[in-house]
Design a protein around this ligand. Structure first.
Ligand code: ZN
Length: 149
């Protein structure tokens, strides 16, 4: 679940990839997800790093790995109304561009959206990476009207 829609949502997050949880290839996949979001959403800045994180921090999306998430989830993102930050868990074996991008989307306050977007609810309907419709949701939940170009 996600909360905290509105102008309080940032345009600028640090994405901390927990070093203890991911191998270098997986960490690179999460970095690629950050770059894919930035390429799709002008005005968004995601700064990935590999390190340690725990719990909710302002403008930090903390990405970790956790086995045996409740079915049918392959990943989960948690937010609180009190802080514009998130905690993401991805199951072993599911660290791919689509899943990482989807969860980072939740981390930025996005909700599930139509088939063919990265924010579609599950891996069978989600795009492989963020789409222009996802960018529209990103602007919409921030109360930003996107530029015509
Ligand atoms: Zn989701």
């Amino acid at each position: 679940m996600t909360c905290g829609d509105g102008p309080g949502l940032s345009r600028d997050y640090r994405v901390v990839i927990r070093q203890a949880d991911f191998d270098p290839d997986e960490a690179l996949t999460i970095v690629e997800a950050c770059l894919a979001w930035e390429a799709t959403v002008p005005g968004l800045s995601l700064t990935p790093s590999i390190g340690q994180c725990e719990g909710y921090r302002e403008r930090v999306i903390c990405v970790g790995k956790q086995a045996n998430l409740p079915e049918p989830h392959v990943a989960e993102t948690w937010r609180t109304p009190l802080v514009d930050g998130a905690v993401v868990y991805i199951e072993p074996g599911w660290v791919d561009l689509s899943v990482a991008s989807h969860e980072i989307g939740h981390g930025m306050g996005l909700h599930h959206d139509a088939p063919g977007t990265i924010m579609c609810a599950d891996v069978t309907c989600a795009a492989g990476e963020p789409t222009p419709d996802d960018a529209m949701q990103w602007y919409r939940v921030r109360g930003i009207i996107p530029d015509a170009d």
